[in-house]
Write a protein that binds this ligand. Structure first.
Ligand code: FES
Ligand code: FES
Length: 214
């Protein structure tokens, strides 16, 4: 993944800053970029040089993005303010990834981006150009579910399911880094994934079961 400290090419051309934050839940394993809406509005300001007589013309800067998602390569031209979650859901049609808070807090939109989990609602699609992405659709091996998916089913780790793809992506990343986490380690790692149905006990139980099954 490109460094978060580098400004976007289009924004740099416009003399605009790139806003980014890195969220640690483990040494830099959770990554996100903040300010898509701020950037979008800044870009609109920059593009809005055509404001005359009360009318405003805004031409979004577009950029070609090529990514590999779940082993398949996709190329799309998108506005530079397109968030990665919108890109995945609406441009690629992979609707397993959910969006809830849209501000990088709830973890519903968690995906794996070049080996690290990331909040796709606060990551710009153009930042993912050239990246290797795994979404919830790519977690199972054909018809064989991932052990974390099996455990969530067997231990009731979901209710409405809105948070579940993000929970599973985060739990999978945890077990790849720590194959037998303690309950405290699970709670700490999963802090960035909220469940509005509040089924936290079953989520922890599911992750413990998946760890034991591996
Ligand atoms: S929707 Fe992305 S963190 Fe909540
Ligand atoms: S299962 Fe409903 S929000 Fe978590």
């Amino acid at each position: 993944m490109k460094s978060c400290s580098q400004p976007l090419p289009a924004l740099a051309e416009a003399g605009l800053p790139s806003l980014a934050v890195e969220r640690a839940g483990g040494e830099g394993e959770r990554v996100g970029e903040r300010g898509a809406s701020a950037i979008a509005s800044a870009e609109q300001d920059a593009a809005g040089a055509g404001r005359e007589g009360g009318s405003m013309t805004t031409t979004p800067v577009r950029q070609t993005v090529t990514v590999t998602v779940n082993g398949q390569e996709y190329t799309r031209e998108v506005p530079t303010y397109r968030t990665l979650v919108d890109f995945i859901r609406y441009d690629l049609g992979l609707t397993g990834t959910k969006e809830a808070c849209s501000v990088g807090v709830c973890g519903a939109c968690t995906i794996e981006l070049d080996g690290r989990i990331a909040a796709s609602c606060i990551t710009l699609a153009v930042r993912a150009d050239g990246a290797n992405i795994t979404t919830i659709e790519g977690v199972a091996d054909g018809d064989t579910l991932h052990p974390v998916q099996e455990a969530f089913i067997n231990h009731g780790g979901f209710q409405c399911g809105a948070c579940t793809p993000g929970q599973i992506m985060a739990a999978k990343a945890l077990l790849e880094h720590n194959s037998s986490p303690t309950e405290a380690e699970i709670k700490e790692w999963m802090m960035g994934n909220l469940c509005r149905c509040t089924g936290y006990y079953q989520i922890i139980e599911s992750i413990q079961a998946a760890a034991e099954a591996k």
